[in-house]
Design a protein around this ligand. Sequence first.
Ligand code: NAD
Length: 427
Amino acid sequence: MTHHQPLSYLQPQPRGPWDDYLEQIDRVTPHLGSLARWVETLKRPKRILIVDVPIERDDGSIAHFEGYRVQHNTSRGPGKGGVRFHQDVTLSEVMALSAWMTVKNAAVNVPYGGAKGGIRVDPKQLSQAELQRMTRRYTSEINIIIGPTKDIPAPDVNTNEQVMAWMMDTYSMNEGSTATGVVTGKPISLGGSLGRQEATGRGVFVLGCEAAVRTGLDPARLRVAIQGLGNVGGVAARLFAQSGAIVVAIQDHEATICNPAGIDVPALLAHARRHGSVAGFTGAESLANRAEFWEVDCDLLIPAALEQQITEVNAGKIRASIVLEGANGPTTPAADDILAARGILVVPDVIANAGGVTVSYFEWVQDFSSFFWSEDEINQRLTRILTDAFGAVWQLAAERKVSLRTAAFIVGCTRVLQAREMRGLYP
Ligand code: NAD
């Protein structure tokens, strides 16, 4: 018999990512001028759908999982944001992730609102067949609010192009026609875009080099530490290593490894693909104490796993000059203050990891026009959008004497609230 957990969204919650997001909004509000009148709209998700996702396990038992899809804001266009499968997914987390999508999409000026989804499940405990049944049931449950012009999911932690293919197929079966534009991050053979799979990591790499140049560091000699070796961290590690930088430490869900002379990244990626983790890799020292990862001597520290990783506990010990947020929400507001006081530059998530949604936008445009672009074209357009957005945020931060995060939030929130004001309230 399957043991069922109580519903997490009815339990008292500790301070969560949504609280961090609200604090970020409070910090940007004084910079919004007359638009501050509308700021409450950013503190209230437009629509929250909580669904029960029951599946029959391979052994014949029935398991139930909590599923979420939150549409935080659609003032500038349809909802857009990933779907996460993780055992620690909570409503607070999905709300925050959806809100950061709103700010991000506006900060890089892609014509979307913000949304996010998730299932509270450890997918490593499921067979492929169970994973497919769960994905399809979840998609059917949220079918009523998603669609190519309504809300377009994409991959996030523990979801990939296979999961997107199942979601696209399930939605299409329910609609009675093939709708490739309902999700992005699909396989190339199903209307996916060249360059999408590596777009987030590529964007992290591009902006890491840009931030290095602006702070007087040589991008070809950077020492980089990365938490998370998945779609974001793994691609970033490969691109940094290819450019001459050295990767000195990696932490994943199982282990922390460190080599001040530089880790052989292709060998590590091959090891992680075979074993599911960096644990046991012989080309580096293993650190038994996970907390020591944050104290590694490096230039660029890239959290690329989960939120609330850099906190008031470890922010004072970080030795990097730049924190580049590959993950969403990895730094708490209290940690932001400590890093700022120590002169450590934080390149915020809403710009740093926006490469993924930017190429998702390209994918969606290509699906609508049924005309597909070359990889060079995609990478060039991606680089231009990200470096322009970063440049604008950098300049605004200097003018207003605020952090890059506050500057990125000023740009993003202004665009969202201007759209809100122009549209007016219905009825
Ligand atoms: P992924 O599932 O491909 O990889 C996640 C990685 O994080 C894995 O290497 C895993 O081992 C590691 N990890 C998990 N728990 C950990 C822990 N407690 N400590 C250390 N490492 C841990 O996920 P991803 O798509 O690379 O996403 C990573 C982050 O980037 C998330 O915050 C996600 O929201 C964000 N992000 C992803 C995309 C995208 O296109 N996939 C786009 C923008 C932002």
